[in-house]
Design a protein around this ligand. Structure first.
Ligand SMILES: N[C@@H](CCC[C@H](N)C(=O)O)C(=O)O
Length: 289
């Protein structure tokens, strides 16, 4: 009889994930397996995989085990590894609640970007302490759809280039990754956000994610956009001593981002589990080759 590997499917503002609960880190997930699972025609389909492992059982997370029982081993849909996924960490927390590993209230989750504190609210939304943004100096230009824009380099644990545009359609079909220069700006690739204004402290974005293509939402991207918009608007909570909140519309919903005077950023949004089932282990072995 073939091996059955449990999985769930979930999303946060339509950034969707295949969730693989694997407390003891026993499931082998090489890049080809992740890409096969995320394939929307021949697999389950998703922008990425959330491999749910006990921190103590994962070599990259053992040091965080004392502060966070669970490690989000996040993978992009092409199988590449990323430091952090903002929508993913909310969906990860929702899974832990669904599976009875967590209750309403605060929860610490280990990620490659460090331990994140997540708050599961009664109303169903989830707030994540996303840490501080880094704003490396230097001019960056991004190009897509035959046009180019200056972009703000924002690091949320993972790299982002934020470009303010007149119209979200200006970025074209985003079927291939936007180009950027200088080439040295992002040696490991970059997530690119295209942003328009919707009102006071209210913006909308499209995103092309490193390793996943255009997605319906990006949590770290929404945080990067909120910080870039605030600085563009002349607002820095570290200077004013007052938190600033931006509403960020994404194609799949809305995220609310607050930057505090100490630089800490909080993101609030939904997270939903939509299905669960079993992966045929023999199929997975076949696609991996
Ligand atoms: N969708 C995510 C970001 C996932 C990682 C990203 N593609 C990268 O390679 O850095 C989010 O919600 O933050």
């Amino acid at each position: 009889m073939s091996t059955r590997i449990p999985f769930l499917k979930g999303h946060g503002t339509e950034n969707d994930f295949v969730i693989v609960p694997d407390p003891e880190n026993a499931v082998d997930l090489p890049p080809a397996a992740v890409a096969a699972l995320c394939d929307r025609r021949a697999g389950i389909g998703g922008d990425g995989v959330l491999h749910v492992v006990r921190s103590a059982a994962h070599p990259e997370a053992r040091e965080m085990a004392a502060g966070a029982e669970w490690f989000m081993d996040y993978r992009n849909s092409d199988g590449s590894i990323a430091e952090m996924c903002g929508n993913g960490v909310r969906v990860f927390a929702r899974y832990l609640q669904y599976a009875g590993h967590a209750a309403e209230g605060d929860l610490a989750i280990a990620t490659r970007g460090g331990v994140k504190t997540v708050h599961l609210a009664k109303d169903g939304d989830i707030t994540v302490g996303m840490g501080r943004a880094r704003l490396p100096e230097g001019e960056v230009t991004v190009s897509a759809g035959g046009r180019s824009w200056p972009a703000r380099n924002v690091n949320m644990g993972n790299p982002h280039a934020v470009a303010f545009v007149d119209d979200l359609a200006d970025a074209g079909d985003l079927l291939s990754p936007p180009a950027f220069s200088p080439a040295s700006a992002y040696p490991d690739g970059v997530n690119v956000e295209f942003v328009v204004d919707r009102g006071p402290r209210h913006v909308a974005l499209r995103v092309h994610e490193r390793g996943s293509g255009e997605t319906r939402s990006c949590g770290t991207g929404a945080c990067a956009v909120a910080v870039a918009a605030a600085r563009r608007d002349g607002v820095d909570p570290a200077v004013t001593g007052t938190p600033v909140t931006y509403t960020v519309d994404v194609p799949g919903g809305t995220l609310v981002i607050t930057e505090r005077p100490d630089g800490e950023i909080e993101m609030t949004g939904p997270a939903v589990i939509v299905a669960e089932g079993e992966i045929d282990g023999e199929w997975l072995k076949t696609v991996v080759g």
